[in-house]
Design a protein around this ligand. Structure first.
Ligand SMILES: *Cc1c(COP(=O)(O)O)cnc(C)c1O
Length: 469
């Protein structure tokens, strides 16, 4: 068999594929029941690089095994670190099928299934956000979706024809100081620099102080900066706290500003009867980013960007070319006109596979489970001596810290705890900085994390800290 015959040999594919699925299924079963002692087997980057460089692989099976053994166990109930989902197996399988079909893309001819499902997914969900007559796209990540929304906002709200002529004025967006850094980055990508991002302070509960919007807006305007819009966080990444989306919406209405909501993490709260109140006011937005790969169980990256007015969705990359789309629904099926990507992975099918097989209610159940666990964890923390919580959680993100009689030492202690946990490997959590204080940070992404797992973490932290002295 020639080398290329081997590459494309269907029987080898069948064999390796079956092997891989069996391997992943065994891995899933073990991880979900928390059997492996370690969630992460941390290896220094340079050492890992040397390891890989020296590996020789006799067959694909061996290669697959190595990849698993060098990867963090995302489906393990004691993985409670960054906001990455434990992917639903069916969503991952749909993603794999999409990779093999390789036909998700810019133009309908190439992506009949993918484009049609993209519309179906957006149409299925848009009314949950109050966008009954809205539209949207699916794109590669919240970062890209937020940039896409801000470019669209600029086209819609700036007085110049920026898409054709470039920009001469100074523009800005207003955003909570706790917003995800990608908003800041998007503003700088658009060439607005430091002045282009106006950071609004947060209150004791890490919510944007919306009463600061007006004075900050007036100040910027008096300095010749044209404020085009406001970004609300739903929730912010560090603390998982939702901004008051209604107040921001009313402020935007008053000054005719674009209102974007970065609901990358917590948009799916709309699917939960119990938690949908957190998204109240989202119907006032012009655009909303929702990552399915955070709180909707799909593999990364799978992000929906909704627009309240369908025509906005078509204008992002073609301000002047509106004549091409006299009817805003014309050519809905050629998604490349509306996304940053040209060629695109088949994204819609990862979400649609879940809708089609389990129904929309699966998303609400998932939110309820993970958000409820954060409430339970907050309770456990409050019952533990020498521990404090940054703020009572609203979502599945909890920030807390060890405290002592010597507050000057607490930052160092919490940093050491986090490092000790990383090296121990039986839990995976992260850390964040709030008001110059180091906090341990947990995102409960796995609905099978138990109260015992969470209590176990607190016990382990106490144990580790006792070893510092
Ligand atoms: C995760 C996150 C992002 C970035 O999204 P990616 O999909 O990782 O690019 C943006 N905003 C918020 C609020 C987030 O939580």
């Amino acid at each position: 068999m020639s080398l290329l015959d081997r590459v494309y040999d269907p029987e080898s594919f069948r064999k390796s594929g079956h092997f891989l699925v069996d391997l992943l299924a065994d891995n899933l079963a073990a991880n979900l029941s928390g059997i492996p002692e370690k969630v992460i087997d941390y290896i220094q980057p340079d050492k890992n690089y040397e390891n890989w460089k020296n590996k020789k692989f006799g067959d694909p099976e061996q290669y697959f095994k190595e990849l698993i053994s060098n990867s963090i166990r995302i489906q393990h109930p004691r993985y409670i670190g960054h906001q990455v989902s434990a992917p639903a197996p069916l969503a991952a399988l749909a993603g794999f099928e999409g990779l093999m079909l390789n036909s998700g893309g810019a133009i309908y001819e190439m992506s009949a299934a993918s484009s049609t499902l993209e519309r179906l997914v957006i149409d299925t969900f848009k009314s949950y956000f109050g966008f009954d007559t809205g539209d949207g796209i699916i794109t590669s990540g919240g970062t890209l979706a937020n940039l896409t929304a801000l470019i669209c906002a600029r086209n819609a709200k700036a007085t110049e024809e920026i898409w054709q002529e470039g920009q001469n004025e100074k523009y800005a967006f207003m955003v909570s100081e706790e917003a995800h850094y990608c908003i800041d980055r998007a503003v700088r990508v658009m060439g607005w620099g430091d002045a282009g991002i106006i950071k609004v302070p947060v209150d004791d509960h890490y919510k944007m102080k919306t009463e600061f919007l007006e004075p900050l807006y007036q100040k910027a305007t008096s300095e010749g900066i044209i404020v085009l819009g406001v970004v609300g966080s739903a929730p912010t990444t560090s603390t998982g706290i939702y901004d008051d989306l209604t107040s921001i919406g009313h402020f935007c209405q008053k000054h005719d500003l674009w209102y974007h909501i970065d609901a990358a993490h917590g948009g799916p709260a709309v699917f939960s009867e119990k938690y949908k109140h957190l998204m109240r006011g989202c119907e006032l937005a012009h655009s909303i980013t929702v990552d399915a790969h955070k709180m909707m169980m799909t593999p990364s990256l799978t992000t929906m960007l909704f627009f309240r007015k369908p025509e906005d969705s078509y204008k992002t990359f073609a301000q002047k070319a509106q004549y091409l789309w006299s009817d805003s629904t014309e050519e809905w099926y050629n998604y490349g006109k509306r996304t940053m990507e040209c060629t695109k992975i088949m994204l819609s099918s990862r979400i649609y596979a879940l809708i089609a097989n389990y129904g929309i209610e699966v998303f609400g159940e998932y939110i309820d489970k993970c958000y409820d666990l954060a409430q339970i964890f907050a309770e456990l923390i409050s019952n533990t001596d020498n521990m404090e919580i940054a703020v009572h959680p609203e979502s599945n993100i909890v920030c807390f810290r060890l405290t002592s009689s010597d507050p000057d030492k607490d930052n160092e202690t919490n940093k050491r705890i986090r490092q000790a946990l990383l090296e121990d490997g039986s839990y995976y959590i992260v850390q964040t900085m709030l008001n110059n204080k180091v906090y341990l940070r947990v995102s409960i992404m796995n609905p099978f994390t138990s109260q015992q797992d969470l209590q176990g973490l607190l016990d382990l932290i106490i144990l580790k800290s006792s070893m510092f002295n």
